[in-house]
Design a protein around this ligand. Structure first.
Ligand SMILES: O=C(O)[C@H]1O[C@H](OP(=O)(O)OP(=O)(O)OC[C@H]2O[C@@H](n3ccc(=O)[nH]c3=O)[C@H](O)[C@@H]2O)[C@H](O)[C@@H](O)[C@@H]1O
Length: 440
């Protein structure tokens, strides 16, 4: 370190002895003192310079590293990336017939199925997913590999990333957005409430902002939830029923989404379709859902907890098979009218729709478990407990006349059949033998 060396050299190489007379001794000492002072001042100066340089280089190195990390972590941007996005977004149907769809949550359960179905019939699809660890991200990666094999490009990114969204809309003139990215799960909201606000409210607004600014504006179709019916006890649930008494924060954020999309429809002329999904299940499903975690536990010989309502009433769900829901999603895209805004301004009233996508035949949770037992050939160890105050509702039941009329939606898969397909997938995906006996 140079300043230290200056001081040390001064000590190491004193003036030659006898060169100065004794009466000059004082002067000499004075000079020496001055030199030391000067040396130490310049040492301090040099130190300061050195530290400054060190700090500057540290900061610029940090900057370099963090922008490098950002590039590595976000893995989006660049000519090659833009080309992949453009190619993936290109419809392969006769000119003008195909959609160009941005599917958010594309590595999720419904998102992956919808993306594949769109691609299969020749639409252009670009996926977006943040691969968050709410449940096993390796399952999401496997779904993304399926999409990749079908030439659907999935961007690794967050719907809250406004820069990324702006870039995507800059590169592609999407005709539709299929917004399926969300923080799902009713009970997890007790543990991590902020994640619901982050994804289902802030993320939704970020995507709506990008959509309303895009030219042309895409038609916007998105996943709401049957949970918005909350404490509604009028059965079956119709779209016009009360939805102002949510029983969970999850439901409240989905309900907020319905109101927020309405505001964007009103102000900017965005065409909006909200789909209230009813407990969607099937192959490649979500491990946090009851039918999935029950299957895992039954196969591992672990007990399962079955919630019961007040007075020991069984809970029931209008379980809806994934292929039926996918048909409803595609029909929603096909029947969505164009958004009316341009240049971020509304040019006329735009379509606003909400549909139930259910199965119309609720099944109790214990019955669902019995079906699983039948398909797995293993008895479940059932533990029945009174439903804790965790946000669950006692039952759901969809009235689908609206979707039937407007979308031609007609569910065709009953729960027993759908669970059979799920179990078949589960056993093969997790490498069980035909009898479900081999290790997990
Ligand atoms: O359709 C919907 O709106 C919602 O459907 C599901 O929510 P949920 O119906 O609660 O689905 P599961 O978590 O699979 O629960 C199904 C039933 O099993 C019950 N259950 C769940 C877990 C458990 O350990 N034991 C148990 O009895 C629940 O109380 C519920 O009655 C999804 O998880 C939500 O993301 C979706 O929005």
């Amino acid at each position: 370190m140079p300043p230290l060396l200056v001081a040390e050299e001064d000590d190491l190489f004193p003036p030659t002895p006898g060169k100065f007379k004794t009466d000059h001794h004082h002067l000499h000492r004075h000079h020496r003192h001055l030199r030391r002072c000067f040396a130490s001042t310049s040492a301090t100066f040099m130190w300061a310079l050195f530290l400054l340089a060190l700090a500057a280089s540290y900061l610029s190195l940090q900057g370099l590293l963090s922008s490098g990390n950002r590039l590595l972590a976000s893995s989006w941007g660049g000519i090659q990336w833009e080309k992949q996005v453009r190619v993936s977004a290109r419809p392969r149907r006769p000119a003008g017939a195909g959609h160009s769809v941005l599917v958010t949550g594309a590595a999720g359960f419904v998102g992956a199925h919808v993306s594949l179905a769109l691609r299969k019939r020749g639409d252009g699809v670009v996926g977006l997913d943040n691969f968050n660890p709410y449940y096993d991200p390796s399952l999401k990666r496997s779904r993304a590999s399926l999409l990749r094999a079908q030439k659907v490009f999935v961007v690794d990114g967050d719907v809250n990333d406004a820069r990324l969204l702006a870039k995507l809309f800059d590169v592609v003139a999407f005709t539709h957005v299929m917004h399926l990215a969300a923080q799902a799960g009713v009970r997890y909201a007790l543990e991590n409430p902020q994640s619901y606000v982050h994804s289902n409210v802030a993320g939704l607004v970020a995507l709506l902002e990008a959509s309303r600014s895009a030219n042309p504006q895409p038609a916007f179709v998105w996943a709401s939830s049957s949970s918005v019916y909350g404490l509604n006890d009028k059965s079956p649930f119709s779209e016009s029923d009360r939805t102002d008494r949510p029983a969970s924060l999850y439901a409240a954020t989905k309900k907020a989404g319905e109101e927020i999309t309405h505001a964007y429809n009103h102000i900017y002329g965005l065409s909006i379709t909200g789909l209230r999904f009813f407990t969607v299940y099937g192959p490649w499903g979500r491990p946090d859902m009851a039918y999935f975690s029950f299957t895992r536990n039954i196969l591992q010989g672990k007990p399962i907890t079955i919630y019961r309502g007040k007075n020991r009433v069984d809970l029931a769900r209008d379980f809806t098979y994934i292929d039926d829901v996918v048909k409803g999603c595609l029909a929603s895209l096909d029947t969505a009218r164009k958004s009316t805004g341009s240049g971020g301004k509304k040019r006329g009233p735009a379509q606003y729709r909400v549909f139930n996508l259910g199965n119309t035949s609720p099944v109790t949770v214990p019955e669902m478990v019995s079906m699983l037992e039948g398909h797995l050939g293993v008895r479940a160890r059932r533990r029945e407990v009174e439903m804790p105050g965790n946000g669950d509702v006692p039952f759901t039941h969809a009235n689908i006349s609206s979707a039937r009329r407007e979308l031609g939606y007609k569910p065709t898969t009953d729960l027993r059949t759908g669970l059979k397909r799920f179990v078949k997938w589960y056993l093969s995906y997790y490498g069980y033998s035909n009898h479900g006996k081999s290790a997990h």
